[in-house]
Design a protein around this ligand. Structure first.
Ligand SMILES: Nc1ncnc2c1ncn2[C@@H]1O[C@H](COP(=O)(O)OP(=O)(O)OP(=O)(O)O)[C@@H](O)[C@H]1O
Length: 814
């Protein structure tokens, strides 16, 4: 196989950095990725999309030497690497002042989170203000969120159990802030874990890292003593050091300015969650119904002490429900299942509110007002596609998010691209791709999409998981993407882009409502700890809106329908897609080489599956056959006219002919590297790079010539000494311009006169001379290669001799 042209790697390696179009076939692609992987080359480019295969082993390829190597280098100039994506997106943001987004996708355990961290580290290292506090704070937010939002699953020892979108803001190349949006933290994990899994890392870290005295303060013991921590069967993860990670966490708290009392509140909430998990109930049978008694008092006492809540109210909330109907308080005692649910619901609410509070607090620190004035580079690390033994409501949402992301990818890569070719009359062979719009409709269209049915059911008091399932069967039984189970199991199947998945609908309604009982919210609002009370007051207020009554002019309180989890998530996904659509996207596709977390072990069938279902094979085809770079005719002429190097162009030529003349300067061997459309030039990425390189060289040469001649001129005419006189400036400039044959001088001179007049007036009025700057600016507006160069002569007046402080600048207009 020949090495693709833009490959900056070593051809003797025998495996391409870029996949070759002429030998396009899935076996070849797979073989290429495998051969590279076996040579410890985990990254491969397909066009500008980076494919990354998880090595499960750290290579020494992310150091400062590599940052320097990739800094400012265009994509394809060096071997594939995450830093090449970091470098290109950063440069593009700086050059075009356009927001960028790097979409990192892949299955759980494929390496998305690591990739996100590495790109962040790259950006922190190259940004113009690498050592400032804000950069450090942005980086430190990551381990903090990992402690609270990541956990061990059977697929990944450090699995992100929430989606995150981090927008990093830059001003003049410096990081000035970042904002994190979080999506759908997995709540069930707080109270239940499958075998071999763990709860969120932070619990194990505080228990391992706190001193004996600290643990005593919160009434804590070792991890294996807690029901919420020991269900997975093993509280340790081999190769992960909880003590060390506790130290990292406290370091992050410090850098992010968490104060003593804030940290204290966080630990109190975490400890309370653990105490909640160890509460147990005794069943009490009486003649009419089953009720419960609290089995242990110690945990309640600790929770009441830590959360500063009334012990009696707490006991009541755990064993009964209080409702108010027309002024009457009705207490309904719980049976054992209800009591356990109530315990778990409070624990989940405490932890998830804490998580939201942490994200908000981090954003307060890292995202300040500078945002408005800056461009952004965003990173999306969103949960991978999930298919477990039992898939529930959480998996449906996660897989819906994945469908949405795949749709965004398809939109960008296939639809928009192919539409553009036909609009521009470009000769193009249509490429079929798996359009997943029908799955998205099945899931979320209104009113009959599965999530819409679920939302509707949640507003009917009589509805159940069964009635929800029946409605799904009724509406979709004939949809080829939907399948009913053969038996009467509470299940349905969906054919996702990544494969067929079976969902079990048990608890779908409850999980979607996710309402914390209003009496429990009221209880938590009564906490004497202001932060805790505030967290739940915000929760209470979100469900209550105030409107002004038109007739009475008084405020009346209206309780809106509580938003469901699915509705909230769908809305945040749409808003995410909306903000991503306003950015220029880059894609990193992470692949898992095997299902055993085994280092450097490549299972072809596992990788091929992922290549197939993510549409990578079609993507490779379209990127290689297509012309991903498009530039409108005027912009193309403006950018590349230097290539004409003085060659005369008839003023009667149409823009497309001018573009063709410019393109012809590169010779016939590049004829298949571009197409001329109706309004734009379409190019391969490698060809654009070539043009930029050739053009850049010509530009630099002409700037150097001009600089040299100006220096000579200044010396000859003793320009510095004559600057004080307007007339002399005119003469000098005119002489220089005349000699250089730069015409169209009038505007420049008029401006100089006006500026100098102003300067003199200011002097006459006795204003301070200090700091005045005389700017003599001449835009050289010719068709010669010097076009676009600006001569700036700056004079700082607050000097003792006229020459001091003079600066001559020759700027390249770009
Ligand atoms: N570039 C890399 N070099 C070395 N090891 C890596 C790399 N990327 C990932 N890994 C290893 O693979 C593990 C899983 O990666 P990561 O957590 O990034 O996966 P993920 O795609 O984010 O999964 P999830 O969706 O579950 O969060 C990491 O903990 C690390 O051990």
């Amino acid at each position: 196989m020949e090495v693709a042209e833009q490959n900056g790697g070593d051809p003797e390696r025998g495996v391409e950095d870029m996949i070759n179009l002429s030998l396009l076939d899935e076996e070849v692609i797979l073989k290429n990725i495998k051969a590279r992987y076996e040579r410890e080359l985990i990254y491969t480019f397909t066009g500008s999309i980076l494919v990354s295969v998880n090595p499960y082993k750290m290579f020494n390829i992310y150091g400062l030497d590599m940052v320097k190597k990739y800094e400012g280098r265009a994509l394809g100039n060096l071997p594939p690497h995450l830093f090449a994506i970091g470098s290109t997106s950063y440069s593009k943001m700086m050059k075009d002042l356009e927001n960028q987004v790097i979409v990192i996708s892949g299955e759980s355990g494929s390496g998305k989170t690591e990739a996100t961290k590495l790109v962040m580290q790259y950006l922190a290292a190259v940004n113009k203000n690498g050592n400032n506090l804000i950069t450090e704070q942005i980086l430190e937010a990551n381990p903090l969120l990992e402690s609270f939002g990541n956990a061990k699953t059977i697929r990944n020892d450090n699995s992100s159990r929430f989606g995150k979108y981090i927008e990093v803001f830059f001003k003049s190349g410096s990081m000035v802030g970042a904002r994190t949006s979080e999506y759908l933290l997995e709540k069930s994990r707080i109270v239940t874990q499958a075998p071999d899994e763990r709860n969120y890392h932070v619990f194990y870290e505080i228990l391992a890292g706190m001193t004996e005295d600290e643990r005593k303060k919160y009434g804590l013991q070792t991890a294996n003593k807690y029901f919420y921590l020991n269900q997975g069967g093993n509280c340790d993860i081999s190769g992960r050091n909880d003590v060390e990670n506790y130290r990292v966490l406290t370091g992050a708290f410090h850098v992010l300015n968490f104060e003593g009392n804030e940290k204290e509140t966080i630990y109190k909430i975490l400890a309370s969650v653990l105490h909640f998990g160890n509460i147990f109930f005794k069943r009490v049978h009486d003649s009419s119904h089953d009720t419960v008694l609290l089995g242990n008092d110690a945990e309640i006492k600790w929770i009441s002490h830590l959360l500063q809540l009334s012990e009696d109210w707490l006991k009541q909330a755990l064993t009964s429900k209080v409702t108010e109907t027309r002024g009457d308080r009705v207490v309904s005692p719980f049976n054992i299942d209800q009591a356990l649910d109530s315990r778990d619901a409070i624990a989940k609410a405490l932890y998830s509110r804490l998580f939201t509070y942490l994200v908000e607090k981090i954003n307060l620190i890292t995202c300040r007002s500078e945002r408005e004035k800056s461009t952004s580079l965003a990173l999306l690390d969103i949960f991978g596609f999930e298919d477990f033994h039992t898939n529930s409501f959480e998996q449906l949402n996660i897989n819906y998010a994945n469908e949405t992301m795949q749709f965004f990818f398809n939109q960008h890569i296939f639809r928009i691209e192919q539409n553009e070719y036909s609009k521009e009359n470009i000769d193009w062979r249509h490429i079929e791709f798996l359009d997943n719009q029908p799955v998205i409709d099945l899931l979320a269209s209104k009113p009959a999409g599965i999530l819409s049915i679920l939302d509707d059911e949640c507003s009917f008091p009589q509805a159940s998981d069964t009635s929800f399932l029946e409605k799904c069967h009724f509406h979709h039984a004939n949809n080829p993407l939907y399948e009913k189970p053969r038996m009467s199991d509470p299940e349905f199947f969906i054919r996702h882009y990544a494969g067929k998945i079976k969902y079990n609908v048990q608890q779908f309604l409850d999980k979607n409502k996710d309402t914390l009982r209003s009496d429990v919210i009221e209880l938590l609002c009564e906490s004497k700890n202001r932060t805790i009370a505030q967290m739940f007051k915000e929760m209470r207020d979100r469900f209550i809106t105030k409107t002004l009554s038109k007739t009475t002019g008084r405020y009346i309180t209206v309780k809106p329908r509580t938003p469901t989890v699915a509705a909230g998530f769908t809305e945040s996904l749409l808003s995410l897609i909306d903000s991503m659509s306003k950015c220029n996207p880059f894609f990193v596709r992470c692949l898992k080489p095997n299902n055993h977390k085994a280092p450097m072990y490549f299972e072809s069938s596992v990788v091929l599956d992922q290549l197939r279902y993510t549409g990578m094979l079609e993507t490779i085809k379209i990127r290689k056959m297509g012309y991903p770079v498009r530039v409108k005719f005027p912009a193309f002429i403006e950018r590349y006219r230097f290539l004409l190097q003085g060659q005369k162009i008839s003023t009667h030529l149409l823009p497309n002919d001018v573009c063709a003349t410019i393109l012809k300067t590169q010779g016939t061997q590049f004829i298949d590297q571009y197409k001329i459309g109706a309004t734009k030039v379409f190019m391969k990425e490698s060809f654009e790079q070539r043009l930029d390189e050739v053009c850049g060289k010509i530009k630099i040469d002409s700037v150097l010539i001009l600089q040299k001649s100006i220096r000579g001129y200044l010396a000859r005419k003793s320009f510095l000494r004559t600057l004080e006189s307007t007339r002399k400036i005119q003469v000098a400039l005119q002489g220089w311009i005349a000699r250089r044959r730069f015409l169209a001088v009038k505007h420049g001179i008029v401006r100089i006169q006006a500026q100098y007049r102003m300067y003199r007036q200011r002097r006459r009025y006795g204003k301070s001379r200090k700091g005045l700057t005389l700017l003599v600016q001449k835009r050289i507006n010719t068709t010669s290669p010097e076009k676009g160069l600006t001569l700036l002569v700056q004079k700082r007046i607050n000097t003792t001799s006229p020459e001091k402080g003079l600066t001559l600048l020759v700027q390249k207009k770009d």
